[in-house]
Design a binder for this molecule. Sequence first.
Ligand SMILES: [Zn+2]
Length: 249
Amino acid sequence: MECYKSLLSFEKIVILDVPLLFESKLDVYCGVAVCVVCDEDVQLQRLTSRNPELTEEECRNRIASQMGNTEKIKQSDIVIDNGSSLEELYSKIDSVVTRVTPWTIVSMIEILIPPVGLISALFCYLKNRMKHNRVGCAILCSSNEIIIGANVENASYGAAICAERTAITKAVTAGNRVFKAIAISTDLDTCASPCGICRQVIREFADSELRLPIYMFNKDGSKVKILTIGELLPLSFGPGDLGIDPSTV
Ligand SMILES: [Zn+2]
């Protein structure tokens, strides 16, 4: 509601203080995600002084239940160190606000020409979604060499490439054409599954029975699904349909 009010008041910037912003994944709706962090010892000291009714262990558990600083920093656009005085913190915040506040002319265009504002918001949303979509792939080649790849995103969505195809391109460039296994991991809770294009590309480098196993992990490796490329891409079209024996190419 406050955001709508600010929009109607032609505010150039709205600053929201959102606890658990990254945990709730609400940062995808923010133009700039700013993280205010301090050393864990300082964090503990401040938490215990603010909540004298809590034991040190309870304070530690509360800190541990939140996302760690390393991960928060990774997901932030700007990081402010809050290890010193309150005055210094306010000064740093003022400096960041000045830096990220858009020019008046840009704000006016976005507000007065709604399609421009919508495109700008959509771009911002997609940019943030890309941050949440980290995928890694490792290929065990017949030479026992392990080739890794990551997804490479692009502001022009169609130019992005998945981790699987990055790794396959690297493997083939290095002279590997037969794969023993492929592992995929992502930063999602669910197991990573290759997209349709990647399944087709993987299929090209599988044996004729399509028994190439794909190990699909979730973000911390606590879950894994193992399926063959034949199971992931049944009734597929491959080199054999063109009369090509891939092992001879
Ligand atoms: Zn893909």
